[in-house]
Design a protein around this ligand. Structure first.
Ligand code: C2O
Length: 444
């Protein structure tokens, strides 16, 4: 099995049906009527400017960022119906997670839709600042020394004024500046070998979405599942935009590292998918996925590099999956070709089309029964990874590719009697068997 066949299959899968259009919550966060949309035209006269890492902002850039969000918050007070205001902006995200025309999570729409959303958000902030050189900064949690909530977002006040980057609905772990748990970054999201594993396919999310993206949402939000902890409210926390700017940065960098192997999908159904946004002049604008695959046409890029390492060329081995028993095994004729663990730099298990749990949460994945819910499940010998899921108020019935560690424990099982994968919410031992379509090992 090669990457090519996986990508080919993904390209021709049917588009997801939207079953949630009439959801009440969606009506509550629907945008004001926009009239007949105009087609997006790339902005002219914008100087190509790098989006910068949060940890490298100058004092002047921090002041400008705070001013931008203050103006956005002021606008929502002075004119609550202005589609560019703070709450209206946050509601755009709420609308597209179940209330709007098409769901943008748990499929290949995730990366391009959020890129568009950030682009219009950035243009609006430029307009409010009357400064076209403003670009969103990214929360650079790819770098080991930036793995906590950026300090400029933490205090309730700054310089005697309310801090426009503050949000009261955050977890203690995040607001105290504590570290993002280390297992969040294992396996390395940048080591995904195909777009399906990295960014998803027509009907299924990708490893980045349900890996660090979802887990950092859940970690940042408070225990009641607001703001960052629920899709309906996530964009009410200013750090949402910085977190998604990092997701956009990692997508850009993943493409850059291997323009051939890491190519974006080319299926016409992907490229032609379109969405609606209000632009910085309140124009109701229709924009297509194909409009945003090159960020330079949107006036920004990222400097090369990320704190997460660069993968080499992988090899793939399909595992056998018995859907009724749930057992996965290495096929007999492949067993001898598995090198002892020590000789392989990086080896991971990719499980495709995993049926996701419904509720926001951190779900640890195990071989067999879950470890005791003692807060240290990731240290259990049968732990292989996690699903960091941010959901909304409604059920998603989502699916995703997930990426897990090939531990010695797992290796012994799949080379022997077989392994059953289960998941449990991190504070529970209630196990659910993982259901999926197929599974393979990628290694280098
Ligand atoms: Cu639209 Cu981070 O979710």
């Amino acid at each position: 099995m090669t990457v090519t066949r996986r990508m080919f299959a993904a390209m021709f899968a049917a588009p997801a049906a939207s079953s949630v259009i009439s959801r009440l919550y969606g009506q509550n966060c629907a945008p004001p009527p926009g009239g007949t949309p105009v087609n997006f035209v790339p902005p002219t006269g914008l100087t190509l400017t790098h989006r910068k890492a949060m940890s490298t902002l100058t004092a002047g850039e921090v002041t400008r960022l705070r001013l931008a969000y203050k103006k956005l918050r002021d606008l929502t007070v002075s004119d609550p119906t202005d589609p560019r205001g703070w709450l209206q902006q946050a509601n755009v995200h709420c609308w597209m997670c179940g209330g709007g025309p098409v769901e943008v999570h748990q499929s290949w729409r995730f990366l391009p839709w959020h890129r568009m959303y950030l682009f219009f958000h950035e243009r609006i902030l430029c307009k409010l600042l009357n400064d076209n050189s403003f670009r969103l900064p990214f929360w650079d949690w790819d770098a080991t020394n930036s793995r906590n909530l950026p300090s400029i977002f933490r205090p309730a006040t700054a310089g005697g004024q309310p801090n426009s980057l503050f949000d009261a609905n955050r977890s203690n772990a995040a607001s105290s500046g504590g570290p993002i748990p280390a297992p969040t970054f294992v396996p390395n999201p940048m080591a995904a070998a195909s777009f399906t594993a990295f960014g998803g396919s027509a009907n299924s999310g990708g490893g980045l979405e349900n890996g660090p993206h979802g887990r950092i949402h859940v970690w940042t939000g408070n225990s009641a599942g607001v703001d960052m902890g629920s899709l309906d409210t996530a964009a009410r926390d200013p750090v949402f935009y910085a977190h998604h700017c990092e997701i956009d940065h990692l997508w850009f960098e993943w493409n850059r590292r291997n323009p051939v192997g890491h190519a974006n999908p080319t299926a016409p159904s992907f490229l032609a998918t379109s969405f609606l946004f209000f632009d910085e002049n309140k124009k109701w604008t229709k924009i297509k996925v194909s409009d945003v695959l090159k960020t330079t046409t949107l006036g920004y890029d990222y400097l090369p590099g990320a704190g997460l390492s660069k993968p080499a060329v992988p090899r793939f081995t399909d595992l056998t999956y018995d859907a009724s028993s749930g057992l996965i095994t290495v096929p007999e004729d492949e067993k001898s070709t598995f090198a002892p663990t020590g000789l392989v730099k990086k080896r991971e298990l990719v499980v495709e089309d995993v049926v996701l749990p419904e509720k926001t949460g951190l779900y640890n994945v195990f071989v067999g029964d879950p470890a005791p819910a003692d807060g240290n499940q990731a240290a259990a010998p049968n732990y292989v990874g996690y699903i960091g899921l941010i959901a909304g108020a409604h059920a998603h019935n989502g699916k995703s590719a997930i990426r897990l560690q090939v531990t010695d424990f797992l290796l012994q099982r799949i080379l022997g009697p077989g392994a059953v994968l289960t998941y449990a919410e991190s504070d529970s031992t209630q196990a659910t068997k993982l259901t999926f379509s197929n599974v393979y090992i990628s290694e280098e």
